[in-house]
Every structure is written in structure tokens, then in C-alpha cells.
Design a protein around this ligand. Sequence first.
Ligand code: ADP
Ligand code: MG
Length: 814
Amino acid sequence: MRCGDRAVTAGLDVFLTNIKLHEAPQLASDVFARIQILPGSGYRSLSPVKRRQWIEGTLAVLKASPNGATPPARRTVTAVRTVAAAAPAARPVQRPLAPGTPKLTAEEAARLGVDAPVHALKRVPFALAVKFDKLGVHTVRDLLLLFPRRHADYGDPVPVAHLEFGREQTVRAHVWSAKERQFGFRMRATEATIGDATGMMSCVWFNQPWIAKQLPTNAEIVVSGRVSEHQGRPKFDNPEWELWSSDLLHTGRLVPVYPLTAGLPNRTVRRVMREALDQYVRLLADPLPPEMRKRLGLIGIADAVAQMHYPADRAALEAARRRLAFEELLPIQVTMLLRRRLFQKSAPAEPMPMSAHVERRFKESLPFTLTGAQERVLFDVLNDCRKPVPMSRLVQGDVGSGKTVIAAAALAAAIENGRQGVMMAPTEILAEQHFRTLKDLFGANGGAGNVVSAYPPFLSRALRIALLTGGAKTKERQEVHGALERGEIDIACGTHALIQGGVRFHDLGVAVVDEQHRFGVMQRAALREKGSHVAHTPHMLVMTATPIPRTLALTIYGDLDVSVVDELPPGRQPVKTTWVAADERASAERFVREQVQGGRQAFVICPLVEESETLDVKSATAEYDRLRRQVFPDLRLELLHGRMSAKQKDAVMRRFRNGEADILVSTSVIEVGIDVPNASVMLIEGADRFGLAQLHQFRGRVGRGAEQSYCLLLAEDPREEARKRLELMEETSDGFRLAEADMEMRGPGQFFGTKQSGLPGLKVARLSDVKIIEMTRHEAERLLDADPGLTEPQHRALNERVRKLIDSVVDEEH
Ligand code: ADP
Ligand code: MG
């Protein structure tokens, strides 16, 4: 004993302080006294000689301590080390453990129930608890809810003679021999021969020489794995195995496969999980009231959790998943509905019906006939406007599906009723684009400047339309503000500037928000408030081109009604899309040049560098330089990336739109809604790095004119999954199909970015679970009808979850 204060991680003092703090009542008084005699500056401040004296004295006290179970001194020190290592100083430290003593007293265990720390389990020593900690598993409850990523289906044992090469199968056999073997210079392995009445086979476990000792000759074992072939005979490489018993954990059934960190093998987790299930699963409280469960045919929480880990069969697993998915989605739906009910009740809206003759003349004034889908959505929107409840509708439609006219109709309804309308876009250039479109639709022939007068053929009066962006001069802006407040402007188009400080409306009837996913719920709320100095809440219309699968829309936009423009105007030519291999780059670039020489324009999208925006910008700049110097020295190129200010970006986009550049080289910032009809070709570098939804958004930038457009996807050597994406892009231009596929391949979090989706990481539910989502939606309505505040005792658990969700959503939006 050198008394170097090395035995305990972070030093003995830290440990002593913690046990004094948290465990004082459990300490024998003489042990406590030993701690107390240490100087205030701690054990560390003592000389090695003094340290030894103190330790020897303390050990003597511990040995003599009345509760007989006190372990030999060395053990205590070892235990102390693990304790201190396991528990960061801020957390309560458990008493030192010793073989034989329970880790928690019976009362403690009973009091904590499933909230007991994982090391309360017999099979979890502290060292293991540390590893669980890294997975975010602190309590037994956390552990029970650590669901497997998947299950390996090894099925019931089959005779050795019936094994089929290439399949995952199980045999139950006896060990004929098992020995350690040396492979090459370094590798040691276990090699075993096993057999049953029908034949024999070999098993090899690489790098696990110790298994040999666990396989005594004649032991009966069960082995599961993929069957490979060795000289015409079946063979298992690194199979799962265990001694035969009636309760198999690793083989011969649906075996759970967990998400893991290093040092936490599946075998260990399975064993620990079995103990946790046996001891604790019945203690989980069920947040779903029994009446609801019964009505909906959902199994209880304990069964569900148990079956998630060790399902009896596929059907049982599905029933468990269904129940847990429901439980996960219900609070989300309730939150969304609450939000919606709240604002609908908070203030009524003024009905603003559009009269039949105005509607007819509005449609007649358009340069085209509405598509069937546009007619349907328009009907929904005008219908909402008629009600004394504020409209809250999401209009979803693929790029180019013609959402803008629908927005225009809602604005027209407001104006017919003598009220104002506003249309908000995420960028200046898009706001300008809308301004131009509205000027056309409302008959502002040739008006210039930020505020124009229009004489729509479908209304009996003139009106004024304004553009308000951050780039406007202060004086102009103040003028527009004043005019808006006095009601001298009927329609305002703009960016965020519209919801900033000084802006007040005289009487806002409808607010349109374009490209929804750039705006959070809070911004929507701010916009709504702008109109509410009159006691009415404005109607709100949200538009997005992001093709959100219906199931996802129901969940994320549970607070909105959803209409879909699922048809493109006639005569659009689908963009011809081709995946181009690396060695065809030159010919792709030649094609771009031909298009430009034919008077068209081109986009070049640079590969995504996910690690950092700086790198992203760097690579885009390099690509721009390369193209400008080596490939297209005679053409006019522009560069666009995320590190440029909004003003710079807008200037670049404007030059490109006005035909002052031939090729726009851009990072992924180009994604949202810009319309350059003369652009006919898009070349996407590193196309394998982008998701389907994003590729589709890019592609939507071309093909907006009447002529044939092209999209070239450059990918060097795509992996299997990326290859599938590229092929799908070639095959279809249906945004919804692509979005569904994208979500299936990457999960909803990736699809939207967890942040934007506002979805807490879903553990069990899949957004392809249409039925369950609809069921939760329906149930949420029913629940809030019956108990609007969720105050009844059987709804307490749900209430808590909803409150947590609301808090987390609000956090994210600030
Ligand atoms: P998005 O849904 O992407 O916002 P827009 O509203 O910008 O689409 O419409 C894209 C183009 O299609 C516009 O030039 C618009 O004038 C045109 N358009 C919209 N509806 C129709 C239609 N029914 N028939 C023909 N062209 C249409
Ligand atoms: Mg649009």
C-alpha cells in the first residue's frame, strides 16, 4: 500500500464527500467518525505515512463493524474504485458494494420500482452501468424501453442434415469436440464440431478462443446463424450459441438485436434484459386508460414491452409495436389538436365569403383553365374563408403545380370583403416573384415601383399592392407601413420584414405563408397577431412544395387542415433525367455548353459536404473556379452559397433570372421555389449524397418553361442505396412517390431534419403507419372532446407527456 491516492478514480476525497453527502444515514457511526477526523483539506493533504495510519484505522473499524457482512479490506477498496468511477461527482453515489450484500435494500428497491438505477439489477455491475449510461440508459425503465433495432429470426431448430446454405437457421446438437486454434500469426479462434442424429458440422468463432472452454464435450447446445458451405458441408461462422434450456435468449427464436456502444455486446444486453423483464416489467404504469385500450384492441404496456424484446412470434411483435406506436403518437396528436383548438377559440374570424360571380370572373380572368386538383383545393380554401372560424390550411403541391393562383383567390376574397391580405415568402427574390405574379393576376398593367395600383376585372374596385422587403429604403418602408396601417394598401407581399416590429395592418383578413418549412410555428403565430388589433384572427393559408407524405402531414401539421394539389397543369414535359457515370463527365459538360449556346441557361449544383458549411462553401468555390477557368472560360458564370448575405444571394439570383449569366453554380441553398423559365438543364454533382426529396426539389428548378429540360445526375461510384435513389429519379417525377420512398429509406427524421419536423425522435412509430396515425388522430379528438383539459385522473399520464412535448417544441422554436 503506497498510499498514493490512486485506488479511487478522482481521489478518495471525492468519494468520501459523496458518501457523507448522500449516504450518511446508512454509515455506521464509527465509520462516519473516521471520516470526520480527516482535516478539512482532505485525505489528499495528508502525508503518505499519515494516510496509511488513517486507512489502517478505518479498515479496522470496518472489519469490526456490527453488520457482519463487511468484506475483507482489499475488496472494499476495489468496490470503492468502481463506485467512484461509475458515478460522476454530481450524482448520488451508492454505498460500496460487496459480494453478497444487496445493491439496494428491499425498501429502496420497492420505493424506486422501475426508476431504480440499472445497477440495481443483479447482472449489472457498476462497470456495466457506465456503459449503459453512454446509451442514455440510467434506470431500469430506460433499459426496458431500449428496444431492439431488429430481430434476427433464427426459427426453431432443424436437423443438421436439413440445413440450407445461405439461410439463417438454428440447430440443436451435442458438442463432439471443441478446441482453441491458431489462425495465422495473430488470430486465435474456437473450432468446434457438433452433431445430431442426422449429421455433423463445424462451427468457428474467430477471436473468441475462450468459448472452447465453455463447450464441454457432450454438452447440448443451440447454435444459430447464417449457414455457409465448407467442402460441401454446412458450417457456422461466428454463430450465436447457448446451452440448451427451455428459455432461449440468443438462438432458436426471434432474437433481439440492440443498438450498441463498444463494450456492450448483444449477449450481455439480452441477459440483462431478461432479468429486467422478469423483475420489473409488471411495475410499468400504463399511460393508456384501460377503457381506451379495450376499445381499440391494444395490449397492455407490460406485455407490449416484453414482446418487443422477446416476441413469441411475428404477430406478437407487431401487436406490441402497434400498441407502443400508438402510445408514442397520441401525445403528439393531442398537442397539435390543442394548439389548433386554442387559436380557433381564442378569437373568432370574420367570415369573408367570395361571391359566386366574383369567383366565376376570377377564373375567367386567368390565362389558363384550372386543373381538377386546383379546383378542389380552391373549393376547400374558399369554403374555409366563409366560416367564422379562422382558416388554418396547408396547401401542398409539387413544384409547378400552380399553388399561387389559389393564394391569389384567398387574397381576392379578403379584398372583396373590404379587408387586407398579406403574402409572405422566405426570401426576397421569392417575394418579388410573387409580387410580379400578383400584379399580373390582379391586372396592374405596367405599374412599376414598390406600390402599384391594380384594376382586377373580377372586382368592382381598384386596389393597391405593395412589396415590402428588408432591402427597401427606410423612407419607402415607413411609407408602406403607414399606408398598411391606414388601410390604403390592400395586399402586401414580402419577407420576414412583414412580421417585424413596425408593421401594423388596418384589418388583416388573410395571411398566406409560402414555403412553409422555412417558417416555424411561432412565426406563423406572429404573423397572425399582426392582424389582431381588430378583435378578429386572420385566416391563414400555408403553402409548401415539399411533398410531404400524407401520414407525415397529419402528424407534423396536425394543427392544420391539409389540401393537396396533386396534378400538374397539362402540357408540362417531364424533365429528362439521367444518371451520368464519372467517366462521362466531359460529355455532360459538353451537353451543358450546347444548351447554353442554344440560348438557354444552366444550374450546376455542388456536392453536399455535410460536416460543415465552411467546407461546403469551399468546395463550391473550387468547383466554380474549375468550371470558370477550365471548362467554360467563354461563358458567364455566377456563384451562390450559404455564406453570402441575403442581399448578395438575391443579387446573384436576379442577375441569373434576368439572363445576365449563363450558368449558376450553387450549393444546396438553391433549393427553394425560384422560377427561371429559361433554365433548361441542371447538372447535380455528387448526386449520390443528396436525399430523394432534395434532388426532386433541385430538379423542380428546371422544366418550368414549355421546352424540354434535362437533369444530369453525376455520381462517381454510388453505393447500393444511392444507386436506388438515382434510378428512382430517372424513373419518376412524382414528388409524392419520391418522398414516400425517401422516408422509407431514411426515416422521417432525416427526411425533414428533426428540427424542422418538430417531431421528438420516434422510437417505435413509423410514419408509414397510416392506420395507427389516423387512429391516434381520431382518438385525440375524442379525448379532447370528453376532457378538454386532460384533468381527469385516468388522463394524468397523458397530460404529463403532452406538457413535456409543448415545452420541447417551444424550446426549439426560440
Ligand atoms: P407552384 O405550385 O410551384 O408555386 P406556380 O403557382 O408558381 O407553382 O405555377 C407554376 C406555373 O404554372 C406558373 O407559370 C403558372 O402561371 C402556371 N400555371 C398554374 N396553373 C396553371 C394551369 N391550370 N394551367 C396552366 N398553367 C398553370
Ligand atoms: Mg410557389
